[in-house]
Design a protein around this ligand. Structure first.
Ligand code: ADP
Ligand code: MG
Length: 243
């Protein structure tokens, strides 16, 4: 799907931890149906940026506006209601519930909440789309790693987010799982989802992102199509400096 109007506007976003400026005057926009990558060396401020957008952290200054709503002062659950969803590390999966129940729980706390039979149908359909339908009645502990990742994604998607935040969702996958994982995100892209993707896997960035922002030491140093920014000498220098 071709990107539409701007849906998320990040303006002059800054986050200080004591004397450390983890995110320094970052500005970028994300358009509807766009997959926007955020890349940069370790410690460059990518996760902090994602945490500011989801509300897990509060900005020191600057603003985050979704569809005309200023998210900057809001608590995470309010931000989720406005339509920002993120994947969590696996500990956030509810261990005593089945796969299906975990997704239903995601739907209950959603942007467009639903309950009962409707929620069950919705969650089942979502699991089918993520090729987890056959395992919906299993307990979480019987899932393989990639299936846990699928579940994490299903839970985030259950909230029908306007913007989905994926912070190194592909991390820890083996090479064959990685192919599946990239395909799954490509499918979401094909559905016209709006996604912000933080990734170290450059193949994923190249194949999935419309545009990406490059961060170094908290600052945006480049923005553009993946092929463009990845051949930018300043970007290459930032990565080599990290190694
Ligand atoms: P990235 O995701 O790009 O690897 P982070 O956003 O996690 O980078 O971290 C950016 C910088 O902010 C790092 O120097 C990190 O140590 C620091 N940092 C991140 N979170 C905190 C925190 N809660 N308290 C203090 N410093 C933090
Ligand atoms: Mg990180």
């Amino acid at each position: 799907m071709t990107p539409g109007d701007t849906i998320l506007e990040v303006s002059n976003l800054t986050k200080r931890f004591g004397g450390l400026v983890a995110v320094n005057d970052m500005s970028f926009n994300v358009r509807k149906h766009e997959v926007m990558g955020i890349i940069g060396p370790n410690g460059s401020g990518k996760s902090t940026t994602m945490n500011l957008i989801s509300g897990a952290l509060k900005a020191s200054s600057g603003s985050i506006v979704l569809d005309g709503h200023d998210l900057t002062p809001l608590l995470p659950h309010k931000i989720a209601r406005f339509g920002v969803a993120r994947t969590f590390q696996l500990v956030r999966i509810l261990p005593h519930l089945s796969v299906l129940e975990n997704v239903i729980a995601g739907a209950a706390f959603s942007h467009r909440p639903c309950w009962g039979a409707e929620a069950e149908q919705f969650a089942s359909d979502l699991l089918e789309r993520l090729e987890l339908g056959a395992k919906k009645d299993l307990g979480i502990d019987s899932l393989t790693y990639i299936d846990q990742k699928r579940l994490e994604l299903a839970r985030a998607l259950a909230s029908e987010p306007e913007v989905l935040l994926l912070d190194e969702w592909l991390a820890g996958l083996n090479p064959s799982e990685l192919k599946i994982g990239i395909e799954l995100i490509a499918n979401l892209r094909g559905e016209g989802r709006t996604i912000i993707l933080v990734e170290h896997v450059m193949d994923a960035i190249r194949s999935l992102c419309d545009r990406c922002v490059v961060m170094n030491s908290g600052t945006k140093i480049a923005e553009g199509a993946p092929s463009e920014v990845l051949s930018d000498p300043e970007v290459i220098r930032a990565y080599l400096g990290d190694a």
